[in-house]
Design a binder for this molecule. Sequence first.
Ligand SMILES: Nc1ncnc2c1ncn2[C@@H]1O[C@H](COP(=O)(O)OP(=O)(O)OP(=O)(O)O)[C@@H](O)[C@H]1O
Length: 366
Amino acid sequence: MASIDIRNVRKNFGVVSVLHGVDLSIENGEFVVLVGPSGCGKSTLLRMIAGLEEVTEGEIRIDGMRVNERAPKDRDIAMVFQSYALYPHMNVAENMSYGLRIRKAAREKITAAVSNAARKLELQPLLARRPKALSGGQRQRVAMGRAIVRQPKAFLFDEPLSNLDARLREQMRAEIKKLHRDLGATSIYVTHDQIEAMTLADRIVAMHEGVVQQVGSPLELYDRPANLFVAGFIGSPAMNFLSARYEVGAGTAGARLPDGTLIGLSSGYQLEEGAAVTLGIRPEHVEMSPASESRLRATVDLIEPTGFGIILHLGLHGLPFNVFTLDRAALTAGPTVTVAFPPQHLHLFDETGMRAFETSPQKGKG
Ligand SMILES: Nc1ncnc2c1ncn2[C@@H]1O[C@H](COP(=O)(O)OP(=O)(O)OP(=O)(O)O)[C@@H](O)[C@H]1O
């Protein structure tokens, strides 16, 4: 196991700068997920940790040792790719043992490591098969087995599940989580899928355009997103945003919508009276058919049953607005509905898109 330190790491491809100074400390045994939209630089960062990409500026340390100049094979880390990268001419056992064989490990050690990994990943019946005779999920399991047998200091995963269908992806996701629980190895996992990030991570690193936006536990990012990007990226269906002006009345703070409705807030904020703000509310937190005074009327544009719940696509002041509800009565909603925003579930962002700070202590979200 290893700790990994990333200090002010920058990456340029020619004149194009894709990482603008990343700082991150990963503890021994931690499962960290780098998440962000396509092109945000997460794979580049992972590849730099693996040694597959040069570091333009800054420093990467593994267990306190600078590794910038060290070849990938000398970093003692294993990488699992989306493409599996298995050798087609070798069977499963040979693929899994390859890393140890080229390091000239003792035969007994290799046999024990392969059978141990095969048992953990339920690959024993497949050891004599070639990759082409395996399903996508089985191939991905072999790729993980190959990583495990080396007992590396850390595992790096680059979108390992994106080639699998939805059901298999869920199953493999749980397997990776169990594997991490059993092995306790430091792991860095890259994905653009926020559900994968939420379910797997001890800590999530949300990235956008080569800059780390927020680092925290999954629920920290969900409950208190640091800015509009994280707020919109984490959570599905995505958070709704409304433009408003911040107002402070006699002891109460509110956000005034363009149509004049005042939305009550649960505390004051460190904002100027009249400041332009963005109000955020998650679809699952919107109250339907409320008794509240500050309710709003919205048009129903589309009703999407997901089985588990219902997504209502609404129009609020002509802008798209989503609600997620478990109440099946929503299936027959329309043509208009009333909604309200429970103050404890509101998020407020300032003009620059950063989360606004409360003036009074934040109460737990319920
Ligand atoms: N070898 C390269 N030469 C030039 N530009 C590159 C190279 N590799 C990556 N880039 C660019 O760097 C940026 C970050 O790429 P990267 O693959 O790290 O993004 P990502 O967040 O992992 O996206 P994805 O999920 O699509 O893989 C992109 O704009 C990409 O086009």
